[in-house]
Design a protein around this ligand. Structure first.
Ligand SMILES: Nc1ncnc2c1ncn2[C@@H]1O[C@H](COP(=O)(O)OP(=O)(O)O)[C@@H](O)[C@H]1O
Ligand SMILES: O=C(CO)[C@@H](O)[C@H](O)COP(=O)(O)O
Length: 548
């Protein structure tokens, strides 16, 4: 009999990725559909529609559905035997939400195998066709109102793990309910991106998963249950029904694939569908072992630290996020997320390095740590950290260390190093604050996501943090890998062969990480001294944006 496979999907900002692993967790297929490239008819830029109003960022839900139709065709063309897939799980970009109509459950349950998902679902299954995504920053008013109701930002962080954030789903729902009451009334259920995808596989609407639920400002993080006050504040008494059952752990078996999958694509009728999680929690599922810091360099730049279960609940901060862990009850993830990551670097690459990463890298490598005293902070989109700053800001300090003063512009050649150094120093300036009492001493930094393939970026991270940098051997798609591992866990448990925890299953897998950069301790010392100058630049930016 052919070896069983586990499927992990990752519906992220710019692409839908599909990864199949075998029983030894080795990647056997790795495919993607890029929204701008493969589905240009939706008119997205980097997977999103910006506007019409300032701060609005959405993605067409039809594009996501069609991306799934297309990736299945690509898997078939690549020779995937769907009957070997024994379980499906995955990941979704966090915070984004999908609004199902009152007829959606019926449509999902009666899909015709001669037709695509797109042709059957898009006419009627959604009450809102543009899904707000994590880059949206249009809900500041809703955020402040929610914090006022609960007793301020710290009180909300204590309850949910985060103060109110514009992209969090609670504030997004609150805005829709106020501004589009008719569509809200016509919404029977609301999914996160990570619960939307398994719904398509199941043929019914899936529950939301605990770790991704932590990115909504709706869940009591201590108990991993919806909080009635928050539900009411964001969506009225009717939100409880729309949001569905209490959150479940990642990889929970939800059922089997619906007959559409069996008849149209040849899936095994016993193929399990398990709960998907957020892309960042899924990355942790794939990569994190105690003592690792994980840095996802996808569209966003996201630093992740695992916090093991402890008798003392972890501290909640108003400057970072605390998420419930997707697979270990009682454990958590501390997270810092920057909106201006890859896309801001791409903009600098296009303006100053002929749109070429190799040229960008040459320009970075041609300059010394500290960039000869030139500083640049780049926020083309309203940032998350520091909150809502926008624009480009340049500074010069005579020796790189003394207080930098604002300048109009930088020499063209200084920009590539300036953006990478300022982005890294921002993380460095904050990392100590989110290390918890129980977090193990950091041994290594694990990079993933599109920019983790860049050797110069790898080296700068090693030098700046003073620890070795690793990447996974097989793939830079950690979130899809995490999804595939959740699927494999569900399959192994339900087949009677394995009774342990997810972590016990992972302990039996080989550690397929490769060392890609060692720190130069002398350079680390230079960066230690630059943190203060960076912080002064950032303070200036915050004040300038407050005044504007
Ligand atoms: N060689 C490279 N150097 C730096 N960044 C890169 C490189 N290759 C790809 N990227 C970045 O990776 C980003 C996409 O990463 P990816 O993990 O696929 O994003 P997402 O999961 O958010 O869709 C692109 O925006 C691009 O800027
Ligand atoms: O908003 C966040 C996390 O809070 C983002 O990290 C999204 O989850 C999108 O992730 P990528 O597409 O950048 O991986």
């Amino acid at each position: 009999m052919s070896e069983p496979l586990s499927l992990g999907l990752d519906l992220s900002t710019q692409q839908l990725k599909s990864l199949l692993i075998n029983e030894r967790a080795v990647v056997v297929y790795d495919l993607a559909v890029g929204y701008d490239r493969d589905l240009p008819q939706y008119g997205t830029t980097n997977g999103a529609i910006y506007g019409p109003a300032a701060g609005h960022v959405t993605s067409p839900v039809a594009m996501w559905v069609q991306a799934l139709d297309l990736i299945l065709q690509r898997m078939k063309d690549a020779g995937v035997d769907f009957s070997r897939i024994r379980a499906v799980s995955g990941a979704g970009q966090q915070h984004g939400s999908v609004y199902w109509s009152t007829t959606a459950e019926d449509s999902l349950a009666s899909l015709d195998p001669s037709k695509t998902l797109l042709s059957q679902l898009v006419p009627n299954a959604f009450s809102i066709h543009s899904s707000p995504i994590w880059q949206d920053s249009s809900t500041t008013r809703e955020c402040r109102n929610l914090e006022d109701i609960i007793g301020g930002p710290q009180a909300l962080a204590d309850l949910t793990g985060s103060r109110a954030y514009e992209r969090f789903t609670g504030a997004q729902i609150k805005k829709i309910r106020t501004e589009r009451p008719d569509e809200y009334v016509k919404t029977a259920r609301i999914s996160l991106v990570s619960s939307f995808l398994p719904s398509l596989f199941l043929g019914s609407i899936a529950p939301i998963e605990v770790s991704d639920a932590s990115g909504m400002n709706l869940m009591d993080i201590a108990h991993c249950r919806w909080d009635e006050r928050l539900l009411r504040a964001c969506g009225g008494t009717e939100l409880k029904a729309k949001i569905g059952p209490e959150p479940v752990l990642g990889g929970t078996v939800l059922g089997k694939v619906s007959s559409w999958w069996v008849k149209r694509w040849g899936f095994h009728p016993d193929c399990l569908v398990t709960s998907f999680t957020g892309d960042n929690p899924a990355t942790m599922v794939a990569l994190s072992t105690p003592g690792d810091a994980v840095l996802s360099l996808g569209t966003s730049t996201t630093l992740l630290l695992a916090i093991p279960p402890s008798d003392t609940p972890p501290a909640r901060f108003t400057t970072s996020h605390l998420l419930a862990h997707p697979t270990t009850a009682g454990a958590h993830i501390a997270m810092l997320c920057y909106k201006n990551g890859s896309l801001a670097r791409e903009k600098v690459r296009n303006e100053y390095a002929s749109g070429d990463w190799a040229r960008f890298n040459e320009l970075v490598a041609a300059r010394t740590p500290g960039n000869e005293g030139y500083w640049g902070l780049y926020f083309p989109l309203p940032e998350i950290i520091p909150p809502n700053v926008i624009g480009n800001f340049y500074f010069k300090s005579e020796d790189g260390l003394t207080a930098p003063t604002p300048v109009e512009k930088l020499p063209d050649r200084a920009h590539p190093r300036a953006i990478v150094e300022s982005q890294l120093l921002s993380i460095r300036a904050r990392v100590a604050a989110i290390l918890q009492q129980d977090t193990p001493h950091l041994r290594r930094l694990v990079l993933t996501g599109g920019a983790s393939t860049n050797p110069i970026i790898r080296q700068l991270f090693a030098d700046l943090f003073g620890i070795p940098v690793y990447v996974p051997e097989d793939t830079s798609e950690a979130a899809a890998t995490g999804g595939a591992l959740l699927a494999r866990y569900a399959w192994r448990r339900s087949n009677g062969g394995f009774g342990g925890t997810f972590e016990e299953m992972r302990a039996g897998d080989a550690d397929r990480m490769k060392l890609v950069a060692q720190p130069d301790k002398e350079i680390t010392k230079v960066y230690d001294r630059l943190v203060e100058a960076y912080t002064l630049c950032e303070d200036f930016v915050v004040k300038a944006c407050d005044k504007a």
